[in-house]
Design a protein around this ligand. Structure first.
Ligand SMILES: Nc1ncnc2c1ncn2[C@@H]1O[C@H](COP(=O)(O)OP(=O)(O)O)[C@@H](O)[C@H]1O
Ligand SMILES: [Mg+2]
Length: 327
C-alpha cells in the first residue's frame, strides 16, 4: 500500500442531523420567546462524522446507517454525498431520522436526542455491506444507539474473514450497562473511547480498581488485556494508546481556539483510521494524525465543518511537530 492509494474503510453506525443552538440557550418555560445567537443544522452521528472525516482525508469510505424518509433524512444523505461518502448502504425507512438538539453554552452543553430510525440498523445489512464493499477496515460507531452491541462479534468476524481490521467507538451508553462490549473486545483490533468512556467501560467490564491504587493508564491496560489496542481520546491533552503487550504511545493535539467540541472524538477517530488507511505504520504518528484532526474539528461549529483535508492535516502536523510527545 502506498500513501497515494489509501485502503477502503466501511463505517457501520449512526447518522443524523445535529441542530446546534448557541447564545441564550437555557430554556425558560411558560411560553417565553428567547432569541438566540446562532443555529446550525449540520451532519451528526458518530458514524457519519467519522465517515465524513475519512472522506475529507482522501480515504474511500462507505457508510452503513439508517435514516428516515423525511427532510432530515434527505439532508443527512445530501451532506454525506457532498463530502464524498458512499451512501449505497444507507437505508431509508418509514421512521423519523434521528435528531440531536445541542444547547451549546460556553464550557458546557446539553443534548436532547431522538433515536428515531437508528435502532433499525441490522446485522444482516451490515455484514452484506462488508461482502459488497470489500473494505480493508471496518469501524463500528455508537452500538448503544444503533442496537448493534449484540452482533458486533459477528460483524467483526466477517471483517476479519475478509482480511479487514476492526475498530469500535462505543460512545456513551445511555443505559450505562455497556452490555455486549466485553464479548466484542476479543474481535476488536482498536478500541477508541474518550476518558469518561474508558473509565465506565473498564469499571463495567473488569471492575473498579481499589480507591487510590489506580494509575491513569490502568483502565486502558485492563481493557487492552482483553484484546484491542486501546486508543484514548484525552480532550485538550490529545490522546494516548496502549496495546496488550504494554506498548504505549501518545500525541498532543494542536493548540486550538475552541468554537464547538461536537464530534471532536469522531474526527479524532477519522484521523487515526485515515493514518492506517494511508499506510502510516508508527503508532505515535497515527496518534498525531488523530489528535490533530480532533483539534482542527473543534475550531468550527458541528462535527464536520472543521475537518481537515489531507493537505491541511499534513501542513498542521509539519508546523506543529514539536508538540508531539515521545512515546
Ligand atoms: N480544547 C481542545 N483543544 C485542542 N484539541 C482538542 C480540545 N478538545 C478536544 N480536542 C481534540 O479532540 C479529541 C477528542 O476530544 P475528547 O473531548 O477527548 O473526545 P470526545 O469528543 O469523544 O468527548 C482530542 O483527543 C483532541 O484531539
Ligand atoms: Mg465520542
Amino acid at each position: 500500500m502506498t500513501p497515494s492509494t489509501p485502503a477502503p474503510v466501511l463505517v457501520v453506525g449512526d447518522a443524523n442531523i445535529d441542530l446546534i443552538l448557541r447564545g441564550d440557550v437555557v430554556p425558560r418555560f411558560g411560553q417565553v420567546e428567547q432569541l438566540i445567537e446562532r443555529a446550525d443544522a449540520v451532519l451528526g452521528g458518530s458514524g457519519a462524522i467519522v465517515a465524513a472525516g475519512l472522506a475529507r482525508l482522501g480515504v474511500p469510505v462507505s457508510l452503513v446507517a439508517v435514516v428516515g424518509d423525511d427532510a432530515f433524512g434527505v439532508m443527512t444523505l445530501e451532506y454525506l454525498r457532498w463530502v464524498g461518502v458512499d451512501t449505497a448502504h444507507v437505508r431509508v425507512v418509514g421512521e423519523p431520522t434521528a435528531l440531536s438538539v445541542i444547547l451549546s453554552a460556553p464550557g458546557d452543553r446539553a443534548i436532547l436526542t431522538l433515536l428515531g430510525a437508528l435502532p433499525s440498523l441490522t446485522a444482516v445489512e451490515s455484514i452484506a455491506a462488508v461482502a459488497d464493499t470489500r473494505p480493508r477496515w471496518v469501524h463500528a460507531a455508537s452500538p448503544f444507539l444503533t442496537g448493534s452491541a449484540g452482533w458486533l462479534p459477528e460483524l467483526f468476524a466477517a471483517a476479519h474473514d475478509g482480511g479487514a481490521g476492526t475498530s469500535l467507538d462505543t460512545n456513551w451508553d445511555p443505559a450505562e450497562g455497556w452490555a455486549g462490549v466485553a464479548k466484542a473486545l476479543a474481535g476488536t483490533d482498536v478500541l477508541l473511547p474518550n476518558r469518561a468512556e474508558l473509565l465506565a467501560l473498564a469499571g463495567a467490564i473488569v471492575g473498579d480498581p481499589a480507591a487510590g491504587e489506580a494509575a491513569p493508564e490502568d483502565p486502558a491496560r485492563a481493557l487492552a488485556a482483553l484484546g484491542p489496542r486501546v486508543v484514548v481520546k484525552d480532550g485538550a491533552e490529545g490522546g494516548f494508546s496502549l496495546d496488550r503487550h504494554g506498548r504505549a504511545a501518545a500525541a498532543r493535539g494542536l493548540l486550538a481556539e475552541v468554537v464547538d467540541t461536537t464530534g471532536a472524538g469522531d474526527s479524532f477517530d477519522a484521523g487515526y483510521l485515515a493514518a492506517i488507511a494511508h499506510g502510516i505504520d508508527t503508532e505515535r504518528e497515527r496518534l498525531a494524525w488523530a489528535a490533530a484532526t480532533g483539534s482542527m474539528s473543534v475550531q468550527a461549529a458541528g462535527g464536520t465543518s472543521g475537518q481537515p483535508s489531507l493537505v491541511e492535516l499534513r501542513e498542521a502536523l509539519r508546523t506543529a511537530s514539536p508538540q508531539v510527545h515521545a512515546p
